[in-house]
Ligand binder design. Structure first.
Ligand code: TXA
Ligand code: MG
Length: 314
């Protein structure tokens, strides 16, 4: 099992030696390595059993560092960074050559964000390089929102987990690119489309591009529990299935294995609890998880996207 703690100096030493460290962010925990070291980044792909065609996000501590890693920043991207960084928004921008090809899977763009977590920001400030960090879960499984989730799945493969408590946002960052006339949201996430559009106007939303090699992490079957999950009208589904666990938005059901994402119907709270709920039911003695879509506004769109992907079995 990995060691847990708050020791930024220890995390820094490990990272400077090309080792991996799990780091907290406001979205989900990341599995971090020196983004400028191909040796270190290779370890991320190995540890997660992630295919090399799926590029990584790099993390830095300030908007001022962005020019170190990218060759140009469109005006709309600057507006977004000013409003949402540090925060759950990742930009795809043309990369500089100091970012090795392994990070971007050979693409010309690099994904960058400034995460909003005090421990990780302090760690990033202490380092002379950015951190490449995918979510700290085995490829395809649900992203971790607690240090313990990381330990359960990757604890025997990594030395240290920087423990920053429960992730406040709870779903991954929104990914936006500027390659077309309209900026394109490639992954729905912790910053809502409405909030983005309030800053830069209309965007294109193309999150379901499973056949699109530009965003291979958008494979349809992703963020998935091991148990089968079906989505629909929970009352109706209950009539046809036994031994189930329920993930409902607000409503309480009179069965043993059930989790309400937000009793008060708050979508931000539902985002925070979603992945933990899937994990919990995945480990309970049930044969099926049933769930329902939440209102498709604000973070509800990202929640519904994750539910849909979790429900697809290959
Ligand atoms: O919230 C987050 O974004 C978390 C935390 C740790 O920062 N990270 C995360 O990373 O979710 P990961 O690796 O699980 O997802 C990164 C996604 C992948 O779907 C990948 O395909 C996409 O970003 N991506 C990375 N670089 C890209 C690029 N140059 N072009 C298109 N998609 C890219
Ligand atoms: Mg991931």
């Amino acid at each position: 099992m990995a060691e847990f703690g708050y020791d930024i100096d220890y995390a820094k030493k490990l990272l400077e030696n090309d080792s991996l460290v799990a780091i907290p962010t406001e979205t989900v925990y990341g599995l971090a390595a020196n983004a400028t070291s191909s040796i270190a980044v290779t370890k991320i792909f190995k540890t997660k059993e992630r295919p090399s065609f799926d590029p990584l996000i790099i993390h830095t501590y300030s908007l001022d560092r962005l020019n170190d890693y990218v060759t140009s920043i469109p005006y709309k991207a600057t507006l977004l960074t000013k409003r949402f960084w540090p925060g759950a928004l990742t930009l795809l921008l043309p990369k500089k050559s100091n970012i090795p090809d392994i990070v971007t899977s050979g693409l010309d763009t690099v994904a960058v964000r400034v995460p909003n977590h005090p421990l990780t920001l302090a760690l990033l400030k202490s380092l002379s390089f950015p951190l490449a960090a995918p979510s700290a879960n085995p490829f395809g499984y649900i992203s971790p929102t607690l240090a313990q989730h990381v330990n359960n799945q990757l604890g025997d493969k990594i030395e240290y987990i920087l423990d920053g408590g429960a992730c406040e946002v709870g779903i991954e960052s929104t990914i936006i690119g500027f390659e077309n006339a309209l900026p394109t949201v490639h992954r729905l996430g912790g910053v809502s489309v409405e909030d983005i559009e309030s800053i830069i106007g209309e965007v294109d939303v193309k999150p379901h591009s499973s056949s699109n090699p530009v965003a291979p992490g958008m494979l349809q079957n992703h963020y998935a529990p091991k148990k089968k999950l079906i989505i629909g009208n929970i009352d109706k589904l209950l009539q046809h299935h036994d031994n189930v666990g329920i993930i409902s938005f607000q409503k309480q059901y009179n069965i043993q294995h059930q989790i309400q994402l937000s009793k008060k119907g708050d979508l931000d709270e539902a985002a925070q609890t979603l992945f933990g709920a899937m994990r919990q039911l995945d480990n309970e003695d049930i044969s099926l998880i049933i769930s329902e879509y939440v209102p498709n506004i604000g973070l509800g769109r990202a929640i519904n996207d994750r539910l849909k992907r979790a429900a697809i079995k290959q």
